[in-house]
Design a protein around this ligand. Structure first.
Ligand SMILES: NC(=O)c1ccc[n+]([C@@H]2O[C@H](COP(=O)([O-])OP(=O)(O)OC[C@H]3O[C@@H](n4cnc5c(N)ncnc54)[C@H](OP(=O)(O)O)[C@@H]3O)[C@@H](O)[C@H]2O)c1
Length: 326
């Protein structure tokens, strides 16, 4: 089978298409012939060695859709240890979701990992209440644009999306966001308070650093910040990036809260994963949740796709058609 292999950490140039033996399915796993695999921001950080370093050589990729060999069933799979950028994966049965007929392959890859992250942040960790103001960073991204749609679907108002380009902000307005903001604004906290009519009730952040501090600044009393990740500082030291430390004093003085969400706690809970997938797929069926597909590339195009994501020029989900030649 063909796969995108990395033999060392580094830039997109370390990704190369190679011929590999097919994986073997261990107990509790099934072989899946992949049709589409997904690219996630975490893949870039694993590739560069900034996040959860992998044993090398490695195949990146944590989500895919394909056909299970044992019964011909169309499934979406989550791959906690990677392996998705390949024509065949050995998928854990407990991390596998059978797909309803109404859901296309590309929507399934777009929704499962990133939609579950958006849902987990807003609903499980954030305990979103109808009518409260919600803010989302990287709102045109794979997780972000689904968080905007979920916030709207669950009655948040107003919904505020942050995105770095005019084009992304226009798309967010078309999606239904009531306000769009530039994350680079010096007075972002104040802008968030203005846009929300006094303070944000729930902010979902995936960027960290200065943006997370501004989001905390923009919270209303009883507002919550839910973090799902942060950009690693390229120089290892910039306070524009990285995690933010919050003291309990800060929380008390402003009656605000902070929470985190990590997909691992969903995939390790079969009931939660199945329930969340069913909810996301149902919202998609009703037209309330649509994954934007930024582009679909061949295996040989994965390095360029990583470069585009790092350059902040992508919106929504990048897919890999693992069987396409070019
Ligand atoms: N906790 C979990 O379980 C979990 C699961 C999945 C994903 N995540 C996290 O969710 C986040 C989004 O993941 P995704 O795959 O959907 O990626 P994405 O949002 O499609 O892409 C990353 C976005 O981050 C923004 N960004 C801000 N500063 C950046 C910088 N210095 N370099 C590059 N991008 C920057 C960019 O949007 P703008 O240019 O518009 O700012 C960019 O489009 C990531 O932080 C990821 O780690 C967490």
């Amino acid at each position: 089978m063909k796969a995108v292999v990395m033999r060392r950490t580094g830039g997109p140039e370390v990704l190369a298409v190679e011929e590999l033996p097919e994986p073997l399915a261990a107990a509790g796993q099934s072989l899946v012939d992949v049709r589409l695999a997904g690219v996630n921001y975490d893949d870039l950080e694993r590739r560069s060695g900034q996040y959860q370093p992998l044993a090398l050589p490695a195949v990146l990729g944590v989500d895919a859709v394909g056909v299970r060999r044992s019964d011909g069933c169309r499934v979406a799979v989550l791959l906690r240890e990677g392996g998705g950028y390949a024509q065949v994966v050995a998928a854990e049965d407990r991390y596998t979701v059978e797909l309803p007929d109404h859901l296309s392959d590309d929507q399934a890859v777009g929704l499962l990992e990133q939609g579950s992250t958006a849902y987990g942040a807003l609903i499980l960790a954030g305990r979103l209440r109808s009518g409260e103001a919600v803010g989302v960073s990287a709102a045109a991204g794979g997780v972000g644009h689904l968080a905007i749609q979920l916030a709207l679907a669950y009655g948040a108002h107003p919904v505020i999306g942050l995105a770095s380009s005019v084009g992304k902000r226009a798309r967010l307005r078309d999606l239904g966001a009531h306000h769009v903001l530039d994350p680079a604004a010096d007075d972002l906290g104040e802008q968030l308070r203005d846009a929300s009519g006094g303070g944000v009730g729930l902010f979902v952040d995936s960027v960290g650093g200065g943006l997370a501090r501004a989001a905390l600044d923009g919270l209303a009393p009883f507002g919550r910040l839910v973090t799902v990740g942060w950009r690693a500082a390229a120089d290892g030291g910039s306070d524009q990036y990285g995690p933010v430390r919050v003291s309990t004093d800060d929380l008390i003085e402003r009656s605000i809260g902070c929470a985190g969400f990590w997909m691992r706690h969903v995939v390790e809970n079969r009931t939660l994963l199945a329930g969340m997938a069913a909810e996301l797929f149902d919202l998609a069926k009703r037209g309330q949740l649509v994954a934007w597909i930024d582009r679909t590339v061949a295996l040989a195009g994965v390095g360029d796709a990583h470069a585009a994501m790092a350059a902040r020029t992508t919106s929504g989900k990048i897919l890999i058609d693992v069987n396409r030649e070019h």
